[in-house]
Design a protein around this ligand. Structure first.
Ligand code: IPD
Ligand code: CA
Ligand code: CA
Length: 271
């Protein structure tokens, strides 16, 4: 519990402390459930041709919703597996991805996370991304900075594209998006140090925030993939935009997140 207590000192307002503590508690609870189930056999259902959901996604979501309901009674929740409606309109709203990187989880590829954000009028004010296998808790509070466990994090200062490690992702709608995915790769890959497709967008964004990646881009994402991660990036000194360069909101499907310095160089390549 220590790292949560320490991080609460980031907050300048009581509400922020309540929300951050609630998001962290829910993420750690779900994370330990995911860790326990990681090496067990999984029950897999298909949401689309290659879009999986496991019993652990569902169990994690139930645990998060129960935890958030106990700590912030009455606060509405948008969550990927049960209450994913984009129509959920509320001034304040939890946005939950109970297991980001389900394909990785199902294949025993150890890169996945829980993502929880609180939106206030569409903008994230608290964001938590928890990677259970490495026990890495990334958190950010609007205007108050970002942390990984007990330390403050910041984006890289990389200014030359050829020195940049860039993350990306491939949408589940492969056929519809393939031409764009390939075109972007054709323009980006020869100009950067390397490209990674690690398979969990929320964690990719957390990696931009802590400097393990210099930038990340992907199209067709959902609010639960990006809501916590963009706050991490912004509070760590980076920036997030749409492919057109407009300010990014969790309702936007296409994202470029970077250390800020590389943004003007990357935008024309992925547009
Ligand atoms: C997916 C992952 C993946 C990204 C997909 C997402 P899920 O989330 O973040 O990296 O490429 O677009 O939908 O389904 O594992 O929660
Ligand atoms: Ca996701
Ligand atoms: Ca998910």
């Amino acid at each position: 519990m220590n790292r949560i207590q320490n991080s609460l000192s980031l907050c300048t307002e009581n509400d922020q402390r309540t929300w951050l503590a609630a998001a962290c508690r829910a993420a750690l609870t779900a994370g330990s459930l995911i860790r326990e189930r990681y090496e067990q056999p999984h029950t897999i259902a298909m949401k689309g041709a290659i879009d999986l959901v496991t019993e652990t996604d569902v169990a994690s979501e139930a645990a998060i919703i129960a935890s958030l309901a106990a700590d912030t009674p009455g606060m509405p929740v948008m969550a990927e597996e049960t209450v994913a409606s984009h129509a959920t309109v509320a001034e304040r709203l939890w946005v939950v991805d109970p297991l980001d990187g389900t394909t990785n989880f199902a294949h025993g590829f150890p890169f996945f996370a829980v993502s929880i954000a609180l939106l206030d009028c569409g903008k994230p004010v608290v964001g938590v991304v928890y990677a259970p296998l490495l026990d890495e808790l990334f958190l950010a509070v609007s205007g108050c900075g970002a942390r990984l466990n007990d330390r403050t994090i910041s984006v890289t200062t990389t200014s030359r594209l050829i020195e940049a490690l860039v993350g990306t992702g491939f949408p589940y709608q492969v056929e519809a998006t393939l031409p764009m995915v390939i075109r972007q790769m054709q323009t980006v890959l020869p100009r950067v140090r390397d490209l990674r497709r690690a398979g969990a967008a929320a964690l990719d964004l957390a990696y931009v925030a802590c400097g393990r990646l210099d930038a990340f881009y992907e199209m067709n994402l959902q609010p639960w993939d990006t809501a916590a991660g963009i706050l991490l990036v912004q509070e760590a000194g980076g920036m997030a935009s749409t492919f057109a360069g407009a300010p990014f909101y969790p309702s936007s499907p296409d994202i470029l997140a970077s250390n800020g310095i590389l943004h003007p160089q990357l935008l024309p390549l992925i547009r």
